[in-house]
Every structure is written in C-alpha cells, then in structure tokens.
Design a protein around this ligand. Sequence first.
Ligand code: HXC
Length: 258
Amino acid sequence: MEYNYLKIKNENAICTLAISAPKSLNALNSTILKELDDFVSNIPADVRVLIITGDGEKSFVAGADISEMCNLNREEGYAFGRLGALVFRKIETLPIPVIAAVNGFALGGGCELAMACDIRIASNKAKFGQPEVGLGIIPGFSGTYRLAKLVGMGYAKEMIYTGRAIRADEALRIGLVNAVYEPEQLMAEAEALAIRIIANAPIAVRIAKESIDAEYDLAADDAILYENNAFGRCFETQDQKEGMSAFLNKTKPEFRNK
Ligand code: HXC
C-alpha cells in the first residue's frame, strides 16, 4: 500500500513512523487510520522497536479529524471509533516495544494514540488532553479505558470531564510520560531509548512485553503463574544461554534472536 500520510524511516532495527497531515495538525482521518492499520499489520520482521511521532514541529496528533466526524450518525460513529480502536490495539499488541515521541499537541485521539504505545516521552512543548466532551463526544479511541489505567481514576476523570489540556511537566508528574526533553533533543532521546532496548535479548524483551500486558488484568495468582510459564520459556532460547555465559565469562553477549 502506498502511504500518503505516513513518513517511515527504517534503520538498524529501529523504525520511526511520523504521522503527516500538515493541514490539520496531523489529525487522524479514516484514510490515515487505514494506512496505520496496513503499516502495523505488515511491519518488517527486522524491526525491533517502533517509534511513533508527528511530522512537523507543532503537533503529534491533534485528535481525530473533526471535519470527518461532524456529520456521522450513530452507526457511523461506532464504525469510526471501532476502526481507530482496533488499529490502536494492534499497535499496543505488536510483539515489539513501541515508543511515542510526543512532539506537540497530543489531544483527543492523539493522546489516545500515545497511550496505546508502551512508553511515552515528550518535548517540553507537548500538550496532552482529552477535549472530546467539549465537542459533544467522549474519548472514542479507548481513552476512557487507557487513561485511568495510566494516571489513575481521579486524574483521568478530571481530565476527561473538564477537557483541560496539560503541559508536559504535568504529564510527567502524573506518570503519563516517562521523560521530557528539549524539542530538538526528543528524537535523539527516543532513538537512544530504542538502542538501549535493542541491546538486550530480543525474545526476552518480547516475552517481557507479552507478560506485562497479559498479567495486568489477571488476578494475582494467575498473573504470577503466567510469569512463571513465561520465565520458563526463556530457557528454551539460545540467547538465554548466551546472556548468562557472557556474564559469567565477563564478555559482551551477542544475541541472535534465537
Ligand atoms: C480537524 C483540525 C484538528 C482536528 C486542528 N485542525 N485540529 N482539523 N480535526 N482534530 C485544523 C484546524 O481546523 C486548522 O485548519 C488547522 O488544523 C490548524 O489549527 P489551528 O486551530 O488554526 O491551530 P492553533 O490555533 O495553533 O490551535 C491548535 C489546536 C486546535 C489547539 C490543536 O487546532 C484545536 O483545538 N484542535 C482540535 C483539538 C481537538 O479537539 N481534538 C480532539 C478531536 S476529537 P484550518 O483549515 O482552519 O487552517 C477526537 C476524538 C477521538 O480526537 C475519538 C474518535 C472516535
């Protein structure tokens, strides 16, 4: 598929995807969502970390495209929300870590896209918010679900009921982002984070992601058992032998993704 709204750079196992719709501050219309769906469904096998950002200096994603949504009826509203929610869920469940590098406005669907990523870092110019109730809708790309998980019920409800946008420093304080950088440093820091991840055993990183996500909604005993099984699976890999013998031999491990 040819992409009109995605800019993709794929180098050294790190793929950077920039959403690019400059006329609308990268607002997500259904064409962009379909392009995103195609991209994440066909992500090259050699990619070990995906970084998602917004093209340009001003915006990550300013939300879902209001001009596309304004005349939808109930069924069409459901279908639009479902389209985005399923794409974001595909991003969340990719077998590799996904970093959101939030370079500007992350409003509505933009905040929701960032929340579907494993890790969020931001420029000090970033703004996060769920302004949907001011438009007569609710966060519809799983924001009512994920925001409370990330920042707690009280803060999520305040943000969603008021629609108040928060700056990067506040997002950092409430745990919505892991770190805040100068705008010109953001992409370098995202890549540095990706490089630290890909230095580790790829299968172990994959199993760690799978375990954290799967265990989150389980009861304690089930979660602990899930982890025990996942831990056992690591010992089927050559990279576990490599990592441990390298440690014992005081050498650097050479992981082979096996
Ligand atoms: C469509 C948008 C847009 C959006 C910005 N634009 N956000 N178009 N959908 N979400 C367009 C503007 O209409 C404008 O087009 C151009 O981008 C530049 O925006 P300005 O408003 O002129 O820029 P600025 O004054 O700097 O303000 C930036 C802004 C503001 C604060 C981000 O644009 C804004 O409030 N945007 C809407 C944010 C929002 O409400 N997002 C949530 C959407 S609902 P023209 O043609 O005038 O130049 C949502 C629901 C998700 O996300 C779930 C769906 C199921």
